[in-house]
Write a protein that binds this ligand. Structure first.
Ligand code: RTP
Length: 155
């Protein structure tokens, strides 16, 4: 029942500025909590342009890149790290498709958004990027390793 350490993944989840402005922070955190993943990092943060550019460097050649950087730096974001077995792929499922109109009902984007350019939340797309993005957005002392008391009931 206890997961071995190498099975445990880390994913970087971020409520984007529209999610914060619309008061969806609690709703989004709740979905990950209720699923049973473990929160190990959490902060409200005004993202500087340089960090947004580093985070989205793979999209640099896309036509929407400048708009995306403006969007992500337009107001505070909520940065989170969630841990668990299979958390990276599962979080992407909970979030839903990039275009909220194509996202299934029941997913965060499917329930709460309509525009790709305002799709309320980000989630890492691979375990490698989960680690990379966690290191990019959080300093080591900001993360918290802990054992949830109710863990045996979830496993
Ligand atoms: P995310 O990184 O935010 O979780 O999104 P994703 O993997 O689902 O999508 P990706 O292709 O990596 O795009 C990153 C973010 O850029 C914005 N975007 N705008 N055509 C457009 O206007 C467009 N395409 C993508 C979205 O905010 C998307 O989440």
């Amino acid at each position: 029942l206890v997961a071995s350490l190498e099975q445990v993944e880390q994913t970087y989840i971020m409520v984007k500025p529209d999610g914060v402005q619309r008061g969806l922070v609690g709703e989004i955190i709740s979905r990950f909590e209720r699923k049973g993943f473990k929160l190990t990092g959490l902060k409200l943060f005004q993202c500087p342009k340089e960090l947004a550019e580093e985070h989205y460097k793979d999209l640099k050649t896309k036509s929407f890149y400048p708009t995306l950087i403006d969007y992500i730096t337009s107001g505070p974001v909520v940065c989170m790290v969630w841990e668990g077995v299979g958390v990276v792929a599962s979080a992407r499922k909970l979030i839903g498709s990039t275009n909220p109109l194509q996202a299934e009902p029941g997913t965060i984007r499917g329930d709460l958004a309509v525009q790709t350019g305002r799709n309320v939340v980000h989630g890492s797309d691979s375990p490698e990027n989960g680690k990379r993005e966690t290191a990019l957005w959080f300093k080591e002392g900001e993360l918290c390793e802990w054992t949830p008391a109710q863990a045996p009931w979830l496993m």
